[in-house]
Each structure stands twice: as structure tokens, then as C-alpha cells.
Design a protein around this ligand. Sequence first.
Ligand code: TPP
Ligand code: MG
Length: 380
Amino acid sequence: MSTPDDTPETEMRTPQSDDLVRVLDDDGTLLSNADPPDLSDETLRELYADIKLARHFDRRAVSIQRQGRIATYAPMAGQEGSQVATSHALTDDDWLFPTYRDHAAKYVHGVDLAALLKTFRGYREGYRIPEDVRVMPEYIPIATQLPQAMGMAWGYRLQGAEDTAVLCHLGDGATSEGDFHEGLNFAGVFDVPAVFVCNNNQWAISVPRERQTASETLAQKAHAYGIESVRVDGTDPLAVYAVTRAALKKAKAPVKDERRPTLIESVQYRHGAHTTSDDPSMYRDETDGGKLRERDPLARLENYLFETGILDEEREAAIRERVETEVDAAIEVAEAAETSPEEMVDHVYETVPDRLGDQLDELNALREKYGDGAFEGVLE
Ligand SMILES: Cc1ncc(C[n+]2csc(CCOP(=O)(O)OP(=O)(O)O)c2C)c(N)n1
Ligand SMILES: [Mg+2]
């Protein structure tokens, strides 16, 4: 994206259409013309509990990162509702291709919380996803997951599998990568069972959505590839669930001509920093985002569930307690994990170079002297 540096900010900002699929209004009241998904009270409470867990996990993860107990972490505050709702729409047969921000999406599709945290503590074990959990390890190179997801989806198509679709997450920034266009083009031409979820959180590190592309919406990029797209309010979990469910159904339709991929643009706002290594006050202020910033997926769903009597004080308190206990237990398990420094170079080199070998020897000598886990203050 190139914009002359002397162009005034106001001229650069392309207006975004606000024509979004919604079920709830900003406060969480059912919209009069809405078509809510047909979910049992129990399932709605589970959806709520998972969003609540995601919010709590995120706060705790940022906090323990600040204490040096995990390494870099990509916060998901404000984006939990979309992540949880899209994963709730999957069946166990469907595959999830997540980015580095999709912690809640991974958790809901079967990855255990302690394993997520172990990854942030540098343990390779965190990447060992159990056989029966259809989640790929998170993708850090932007948009790389799209061509890879298309390869898998094509494989299922060739095998005639009708129960499996591939759901691929990406960010707004990823839509400027070549891999995004190759992925969508492939899906359109080969009609693979794929759903793309573009989590448009308005920022790609410090690059605002308006500078990312001159397209009015990200969803419209699908049209060039003959793919249908939909824009949904990503802070309305019921709307996100409904559109994802419909897209998955279409991806797996038994009638060949009805089987089509979809691009979902889930409109959200990234409340926190890009990662814990980033300082957003360097490039945006508190007024940024306007009403998008005020829409909270947790509060909206909570209001709806209280208004309809599906949730009450007692149930909410029980969920809160369960969530806090589960996150505490995951942190404890992750922090108790042990590993061996050799794992850092396993599978990287056939023969470990002398330079690294010397460093490993030095590290092992320190471990022998001070014991495991006693490095604090020693390696500064
Ligand atoms: C191919 C590639 N180029 C650049 C980067 C550096 N980088 C890391 S995150 C990021 C921004 C991605 O923004 P977006 O796709 O909107 O996702 P978000 O972080 O907002 O979830 C960039 C450019 C990278 N990881 N991979
Ligand atoms: Mg983004």
C-alpha cells in the first residue's frame, strides 16, 4: 500500500460500509428483524461460558506475560466472541487453521488450555495437538495458512469426503498478501469445502484498515474469485455463529452445484496491543474505532441471556467460578512443565553446529550447578 506522505489523513481514510449481519443490537437486545440461530438454552450458556473463559484467559495471559512467566502473547480482547462462535459452528470432523491470535478458537475446537500456555513458555510440547483434535498449529507468517488449507480441502474433495470442511482464519492485513489471493482463487476454481474467516480487527500492527486497501470492504475481494462473501458483526456471537454455520453447510452441500466456499468478513476491533511487544499508544488514541470499540461480545450476549431468562445471577456466578478455576489450573500445569534445552535444536539441524553446541554445554553446566528452574537472575 503506498500513500504519499503529504496526503492529509482525512483524504486517505476510505469509508467502510456498516451493512453487517446482526442478531443483537449494541446492548444485546434481539433485533426485531433478526433470525437468531436455533440453539438450546444449554448450548447458549456454553457459548457464553466459553467467551467468558476466553476473556479471563486473555487477561491472565497478558498479566503473566508482564511478570515474565510467558513469552510474547497476542491479545484477543474484543475478538473472543467471533473466535468462540466460529469454532462452535464446527463439527469434530472439520479442520481449523488458526493464526497466532486465535487462542479461543483453538480451545473451543479441542486444544487444551495448558498446552496453549506451554507454547508461550517455549515448550514444543504445546504444539503437539492430539490426533483426534483437528486443529493445525498456529500460523505466524501472514496468510501462509490459506494455500495450505486449500491443499487439505482439495485432498478431502478428491477423496469424496462430505463431512469435512476446512475453516481458515486470517486477519485484515492478510488480505494484502499473495497467498490470500492464491488461496481464494484456488477455492473458487476447484470448489473445495472451505470457509475463510477474515477477522477484520481494523489494524495490522500499526497499519489501519483504511491504509491496508482502497477496497470499500474486505468481503468484496471474494467477488473477483467467484466466491460468495458476507459481512457480519464480529462482536455479535449469535450472528457470527449463524453465518459460519450456513457457510459450513454450503461448503459441504451434497449437491455438487450447491457446494461453494465462502469468505466471511467478521468486523471487530482489536482492543489491546498487537502483541505484548507492541505499544499502540504510538499510533492510535482512545477515540480510535468509535462505536466499534464500544461493542463488547461478552456484555452483549450476557444481556441477551439475562433478558431472556436463560442466565441468572446464580448461573453466572457458577460459570465465573468454573472459568477462574480452569484458567488457574492451566497456568499451574504449564508452569510445572519440564523440558530439555536440547529440544531447541532438535529437528533444526542434522548436526548441531559447534557454536550452538557450546551454548548448550554452557546452559547444561548452569542447570547442574543451580538446578532446573533456577535460572532467574543467573542469565541476566
Ligand atoms: C509474511 C509476513 N509478513 C510480515 C509479517 C509481520 N507481521 C506479523 S503480524 C502482522 C500484521 C498482521 O495483521 P492482520 O492480518 O490484520 O492480523 P492481526 O494481527 O490484526 O490479527 C505482520 C505484518 C509476518 N508475520 N509474515
Ligand atoms: Mg488485523
